[in-house]
Design a protein around this ligand. Structure first.
Ligand code: SP5
Ligand code: ZN
Length: 342
């Protein structure tokens, strides 16, 4: 299996993240991608290709133009007022406040476009985030041209980024942009399976009223876990998209034994949909030792996960999302890919 990787993810290297009321070292850091790369090399998964540059057009198929312009200039505007540090919002749109007006100032725009305070924007964030999109799109193009499967080693991750907001370590939604690119390359139906521990609220929102892109997600229950306000079972899509969004919220402590059945159900739904292309938002933060998550996957379970994903039996693009147990991260990712290939 080909993998796509660029070291330019390193341009997103925040100094702090807001965790438990303190500015602490980030969980989402460059070493994550490097350890996955090292493991791919270790097992000789296949050629590792650099991304090519796709420009902004594919991004604008999915994201709001004002939002994209904001991301592009956010750190520069922040640094004019605040100097060298990373940009954090301190305010948000409250219930019943105006969301039809975009403020002019840096603090106002950060509050308007962010949905959490855990996602710093740095001087290199735009460069890293657009590279991450290019990694996904390079993989997408290879799959569209006939590869059975490709692994896009994206960083920063993407599945929390919605049409016009960012958060959850995500700025641009790599998986959603790739799914739309499959459609634009002629695929009639695209399915997305999101196995990251957290609900892929951004991907869900982007395709919520559409039936040409099926979104299926297994994740920690939002009544207990981030992103808290999205991911319930009754979110089933809207309008002609009704029935084409499927959530499996699962309790803290979920292990492979209790994950298997909902996963089989999800795979069945995707097979019935009969997609022309298949995108997997691959987070391995379901791991027992993940520092910010509360599922109980063991390392061998990722082989089984890969086997289950392979049963969809369609051209498949893996897009890297979360996973923060950095010592085991590479092995867990590689286990999914090996399980898939065997
Ligand atoms: C892509 C992805 O996996 N994003 C996840 C974003 C989660 N952000 C919220 C983290 C909250 C961490 N609280 C952990 C407390 C540890 N003491
Ligand atoms: Zn996650």
């Amino acid at each position: 299996m080909f993998a796509v990787y660029s070291q330019d993810h390193q341009y997103h290297n925040p100094r702090f993240e807001l965790v438990d009321g303190q500015f602490s070292p980030p969980f989402e850091h460059p070493r994550r991608a490097e350890t996955v790369l090292a493991q791919i090399r270790e097992i000789s998964l296949g050629h590792i290709l650099p991304p090519r540059d796709f420009g902004l057009s594919a991004i604008l198929r999915v994201h709001d133009e004002g939002f994209v312009r904001f991301l592009q200039t956010a750190w520069n505007e922040w640094s004019l007022v605040r100097g060298e540090g990373d940009a954090f919002p301190f305010t948000w749109i409250g219930r019943a406040m105006r969301r039809d007006k975009v403020p002019e100032t840096s603090d106002g725009k950060l509050g308007y476009y962010a949905f959490d305070a855990g996602t710093p924007i740095t001087s290199g964030t735009w460069r890293a985030a657009t590279t991450s999109v290019n990694v996904a799109l390079t993989g997408q193009e290879l799959v569209a041209k006939g590869e059975r499967a490709v692994f896009a080693l994206c960083r920063p991750p993407g599945h929390h980024a919605a049409r016009d907001c960012y958060g959850g370590y995500c700025f641009l939604n790599n998986a959603a942009i790739a799914a739309q690119a499959f459609r634009d390359a002629g695929a009639e139906r695209v399915a997305i399976l999101d196995v990251d521990y957290h609900h892929g609220n951004g991907t869900q929102e982007i395709f919520y009223d559409r039936r040409d892109i099926l979104f299926v997600s297994l994740h920690a229950h939002p009544r207990q876990e981030y992103p808290y306000f999205s991911g319930y079972e009754d979110e089933r899509g809207a309008g002609t998209g009704e029935g084409y969004n499927q959530n499996y919220p699962l309790p803290w402590g979920t292990d492979w034994t209790s994950y298997r059945e909902p996963l089989e159900d999800a795979i069945r739904a995707i097979r019935n949909y009969s997609p022309d292309a298949f995108v997997v938002s691959l987070g391995v933060d379901t791991f027992e030792k993940d520092p910010i998550c509360k599922f109980q996957f063991h390392k061998e379970d990722y082989l089984r996960l890969g086997e289950a994903i392979a049963r969809v039996n369609k051209p498949t693009l893996f897009v890297m999302e979360g996973g923060y147990a950095v010592d085991e991260l590479g092995l867990n990712v590689v286990n999914v890919l090996v399980g898939f290939e065997n």
